[in-house]
Design a protein around this ligand. Structure first.
Ligand SMILES: [Zn+2]
Ligand SMILES: [Zn+2]
Length: 289
């Protein structure tokens, strides 16, 4: 369910917000906002309704409790400003936020005073359209294509780690359907090499190198963190098939490392693809990126 985040931009805000970076909110709203949520930025005005408008959109990332124990910070995975403000009135009549309101609340009139409030899917799409933007359901596509693959992995790991079980299931299906965003970022960082035998992937029709991803803990079995980069290794098709179907396969978890033996690859100690390890790779091999 998309949400509205109320943010004063015409006057200074009372909270420690950094617009388009982080949203600061009282803890009573915590249950209404979660990593992975799509949001619309809304500028309220207690008196003048004509001063109420939507001005941006994005995706919620990590949410952390502040030191005062009374507020949270929600960091954005991405956020962008509209090129034009969208007033609250739907040209077709009524308020945008009244579209399909029964799917989220009883009253037709939106609770304007609530800093965070749900918005129906149809209202969300209509407001984006009015801003001249297209609704894209592939919210992670943007991250995958991020210039910096390490940053993409960091963001994805955070999102995967913190998402609710229901949201995780949705992400798992996205992840499986569309190929993995983590995998493509790992491939950019580490190159198209098998992390077990070292073989380089063959060249595909489009000129890219082929490489597969193996999940150390099967996605279907485990927690949301099974989608994170430290649960994924890049493997050639041979090693991959053997991992799944081979007789002489041993895999042992050694904390930050993983010990793998296959029929003709003895005892390879492989570093897990944690963000820390990937950072080291970047430092040691500045040409990777
Ligand atoms: Zn291999
Ligand atoms: Zn596998």
């Amino acid at each position: 369910m998309p949400i509205i985040l109320s943010q004063r931009v015409d006057t200074g805000s009372d909270y420690n917000d950094v617009p388009f970076v982080v949203y600061h909110f009282p803890k009573r709203y915590r249950r209404q906002i979660n990593p992975g949520d799509l949001f619309l930025y809304y500028q309220g005005n207690r008196v003048k309704k004509e001063q109420r408008y939507y001005f941006g959109t994005g995706i919620i990332g990590r949410i952390e409790l502040c030191e005062d124990g009374e507020h949270y910070n929600a960091w954005f995975l991405e956020a962008k400003q509209f090129t034009r403000r969208v007033p609250i009135y739907n040209p077709a009549g009524g308020y945008y936020e009244s579209l399909d309101y029964t799917s989220i609340r009883k009253s037709e009139t939106p609770p304007w005073q609530n800093s965070i409030r749900p918005v129906s899917e149809s209202a969300f799409s209509a407001i984006l359209a009015a801003a001249g933007l297209q609704r894209t359901d592939d919210r992670y596509g943007v991250i995958e294509n991020a210039e910096n693959p390490l940053q993409a992995i960091r963001l994805l790991n955070e999102t995967y780690k913190e998402c609710s079980p229901q949201k995780r299931d949705r992400m798992v299906s996205l992840h499986i359907e569309r190929g993995t965003r983590i995998t493509s970022s790992l491939k950019k960082l580490l190159g198209p090499f098998c992390q077990i035998c070292g073989a380089e992937g063959f060249v595909k029709h489009n000129g890219d190198r082929y490489i597969e991803a193996h999940h150390l803990v099967q996605i279907a079995l485990s927690a949301s963190s099974s989608l994170c980069s430290d649960n994924v290794i890049l493997v050639c098709p041979n090693c991959h098939r053997e991992l799944h179907y081979g007789r002489d396969v041993e895999v042992a978890d050694r904390g930050d490392e993983i010990l793998i033996s296959l029929g003709n690859v003895r005892e390879r100690l492989i570093r897990k693809n944690t963000v820390e390890y990937l950072e080291d790779c970047l430092i040691n091999n500045a040409t990777v990126i």
